[in-house]
Each structure stands twice: as structure tokens, then as C-alpha cells.
Design a protein. Sequence first.
Length: 212
Amino acid sequence: MTATARETVLRRVRDALTLSDGAGVTVPRGYRTGRTLPDDERLALFTDRLVDYRARVRTCTTAATAEVLAEVLRAHGARRIGVPPGLDPDWLAGYDGETVTDSADVPASRLDALDGVVTASAVSCAETGTIFLDGAAADQGRRALTLVPDLHVCVVDLSSVRTGVPEALAELSPEHPLTLISGPSATSDIELERVEGVHGPRTLAVVIRTDG
């Protein structure tokens, strides 16, 4: 029986461990942690990084979530959107388009037919402008849902924005599937021509709830 690529890699790893001297390696973990910023400074830093990555940013209160999401979706012409199964339905109370609830049974071809996707988020890092999605959370969905549609509208509560990467990672479980987002998907060719939407959404819209 032919071994799979995974089995081949794991066998080689086991062989290498068997041939090694078995000496353990201690990895230093003296990361700089515990950094904080006042809400206004953290919001300004996070917004600056997002805009620098060419994300579209809106701020609102929790009470205005539905209104602002409807405005963002309307501005991008999104008439048919996907949502993870645990997304708060009140968030889309002002949206008059079609909403498709995602599941593991939905193929990528159907996701590609969506105009966009709306999700929540787990935690974010102000210093790098990075949003972390936890695939185990019902309101953030599986990775395919946020990679295939061309528009991703992500709701971020300011209370979940941490100053640095160590502070953000401390809020996450390494056992869960995680997606890190720093702006819309983009790459550059050999002539440094930027092309967006190659590996994920061409457009990232972030709605920051300042009292969330």
C-alpha cells in the first residue's frame, strides 16, 4: 500500500528523532507581555494599522451594529452574504439581502457565489493591525468561509483589542484552528506590482464597536 505524503513526513520525523541524541532543547519564552494602552490610543493605533493595510474601517456603538453593518454591505453591493451558524442574528436586522448560513457541507463553489461574509472575531492586535479568528467559535466560522468570498466584513469589539502580539496570543487556545488577518489578501510580483484578492478576500471591512 502506498504511503500518503503525511505518513511519509511523520515517518521521517520519527526516524530523525530516533537517530538524534535525545537531548532536550529549552526554548526561551521571555516575551514582553502585559503592555496596555488607554482605549483611545489603542483604537487609534489599531485603526492606523488597518488603514495602512488598505482595510475599510468603521466605528460604532454596540447599539448601532445592525445599522452600520447594513450600510457597509449596501456600500459594497453585497446582496447575498454568508454567515457562520453562531452569528448574532440581531447584527443583520437592518440588512435586506439574502443570508446563507454556512456549514461544513457547503462546498467552496457555493461560497464563491456569495457577495461577502460577515463574522465576529476572537481578539485583535493593535500594534500589528491583526485580527484573529477562532475557528472553534460559532460566530467566526470555518476558514473557507472567510477566504473564498471576495468581501469579509469583520466585527471587532474594542475590548478585545490587545496592544501587542503576546497579549493577543495569550487570549487564544493553540488547539483551535486560528486565522490571522492583516488587511485584505494581497501579494506582489517581481516588479512589486500589488495584486489583491489572490489568496483570500479582495476587500476587508472592519467594524469596530467602541463600547463592545
